[in-house]
Ligand binder design. Structure first.
Ligand SMILES: NC(=O)c1ccc[n+]([C@@H]2O[C@H](COP(=O)([O-])OP(=O)(O)OC[C@H]3O[C@@H](n4cnc5c(N)ncnc54)[C@H](OP(=O)(O)O)[C@@H]3O)[C@@H](O)[C@H]2O)c1
Length: 342
């Protein structure tokens, strides 16, 4: 099969960083695995970090060729003997596990418990834009912030740092769908407009003090904050703007030590979201990722959640993948970049 290999931790400007290759097909699926013919893929910051081998959660934290890619849409080719959710011919979307070869290949094995049927309304390219960011945003809001999945927390205020990015775009939409008042941060006219179009009630600039931005829109405090960028910059600011007993959830690691005592006085809760944790540790509830992807697919098909694809490159090859990595590394993404077709 065709695949794109990350060979060495090289800058993306070097053609050897990601290279076209011919590799053996995966083995026939066993157990709960399904074999998927990949039709479209999307690129996330985890791809660029793993390419540079600085992402400790990645199984590839060792030198050598590796297939990256943790967002895909495709068609089921074959299923393991314990598979109950899918059959050959089903169109699916998933992020997969970073402990296994990724989706930058024509064929991929993935555990059915972290896969769902592709939203019918979306084509493969559109569907590939969605899964990793959907899982991350949904787990942050529902699992970690404890927001009621059936909308009984209507009116709770959620602040989303980096609202126009891949995860922020889904957090705005999932928060709004669950009845929250979402305040997003963005700094450019086009990213501010994107957040508004996705349903953010208000947008403030993350390059200004958050407290001032909230004050200017008449909001003294938020109930919860989702950190999708630079937690070191925002950690101490949250102490002023998250209400007592509120929640801070971060999807990004701190680079500097954070003072945990700073959030004690207000009894703030802090949670990490790691969207690969369930698959890495094969948790008993990893099927929750199948369920949430299926649920959000329903919202997409009902027109309640929009596709976040903003850039499409064709075909799936190393040159286009390097271009997408470069765009993600710029930290200026709005929505998602996708590659489709071989
Ligand atoms: N833990 C997990 O499970 C998990 C899952 C997914 C992603 N992540 C991590 O989460 C981060 C975000 O991922 P993503 O895909 O959403 O990223 P992304 O799409 O690349 O985010 C781009 C956005 O970041 C904003 N931004 C840039 N610098 C910022 C700053 N200093 N403060 C606030 N916003 C800033 C930009 O907004 P403006 O242009 O408006 O400034 C831009 O729209 C990455 O580090 C990624 O590795 C973790």
């Amino acid at each position: 099969m065709k695949a794109i290999l990350a060979n060495e931790p090289l800058p993306v400007s070097d053609p050897r960083s990601l290279a076209d290759a011919e590799v053996p097909d995966p083995a026939a699926p066993k157990g709960r695995d399904i074999l998927v013919r990949v039709e479209a893929i999307s690129v996330n910051p985890v791809d660029t970090k793993t390419r540079m081998l600085n992402h400790p959660g990645a199984a590839g934290a060792k030198p050598g060729p590796r297939i990256l890619g943790w967002d895909a849409a495709g068609v089921v080719q074959a299923v393991g003997e314990q598979v109950t959710l899918f059959k050959p011919g089903d169109a699916v979307y998933y992020a997969g596990s970073n402990q296994r070869p990724g989706s930058n290949a024509q064929l991929q094995l993935v555990d059915e418990r972290i896969v769902a049927k592709k939203p019918a309304k979306l084509d493969f390219a559109q569907a590939a834009a969605m899964p990793l960011t959907t899982i991350t945003a949904y787990e942050s809001i529902v699992t970690h912030m404890g927001v009621d999945p059936d909308g009984r927390d209507k009116g709770r205020r959620l602040l989303v740092i980096a609202g126009a990015g891949g995860v922020g775009s889904m957090a705005i939409q999932i928060g709004r769908k669950l009845g929250l008042e979402v305040i997003a941060t963005a700094s450019r006219p086009e990213s501010i407009q994107w957040c508004r179009d996705l349903g953010a009630a208000q947008v403030i600039n993350h390059h200004q003090p958050l407290k001032d931005g909230l004050k200017a829109i008449g909001v003294p405090e938020v109930d919860c904050a989702l950190v999708c960028s630079d937690i070191d910059l925002y950690w101490t600011q949250f102490i002023d703007i998250v209400r007592p007993l509120g929640t801070i959830c971060s999807i990004v690691r701190n680079e500097k030590p954070a003072d945990i005592m700073a959030i004690q006085r207000k009894s703030l809760r802090f949670a990490w979201e790691g969207m690969f944790s369930r698959s890495t540790y094969q948790t008993a509830d990893m099927i929750e990722q199948h369920r949430l992807l299926a649920r959000v697919a329903g919202w997409i098909d009902a027109g309640e959640v929009k596709c976040t694809l903003t850039q499409k490159l064709t075909p799936i090859n190393a040159a286009n993948l390097r271009a997408a990595h470069a765009k993600v590394e710029s930290k200026g993404m709005i929505g998602k970049a996708v590659l489709s077709g071989w």
